[in-house]
Design a binder for this molecule. Structure first.
Ligand code: AMP
Length: 119
């Protein structure tokens, strides 16, 4: 699947639409999900144009991959969710329920998140 430069997270990265920013560095941007499913619901996205976790992990540079996952850890630590715990989710494709075709990791925290898979 080719990367869609007009997806909403690409627009956020270009500053064309706003986000409620949590963290930013050379490799990643983190912001609050607009429709939170938990008291803490943060999205972390790489700055590069990657559709999915597979695209990113297969085609990202070592620096991008390291930088992104270091940012995920920093966001979790800075938001004090590591002690009580949290869930990371990376939905992929139709069966995964991915709505935005720019790789992102959800961090869900602040309550017991419940069963791993709904239904
Ligand atoms: P996914 O289903 O894994 O692709 O998740 C996409 C997520 O992006 C959903 O949880 C949406 O609520 C969230 N989302 C969509 N648009 C925005 C936006 N403009 N700002 C923040 N979060 C958004």
């Amino acid at each position: 699947m080719a990367y869609d430069e007009n997806n909403i997270f690409a627009k956020i990265l270009r500053g064309e639409i706003p986000c409620d920013k949590v963290y930013e560095d050379d490799y990643a941007l983190a912001f609050h999900d607009i429709a939170p499913h938990a008291p803490v619901h943060i999205l972390v996205i790489p700055k590069g144009p990657y559709v999915s976790v597979v695209d990113f992990s297969a085609n990202g540079s070592a620096d991008e991959i390291e930088g992104f996952w270091r940012a995920v850890a920093k966001v979790a630590q800075d938001n004090n969710i590591t002690e009580d715990g949290f869930r990371t989710i990376a939905n992929t494709g139709v069966n995964g329920g991915q709505e935005v075709p720019h790789f992102h990791v959800h961090l869900l925290a602040g309550k017991k998140i419940g069963p791993m898979v709904a239904g």
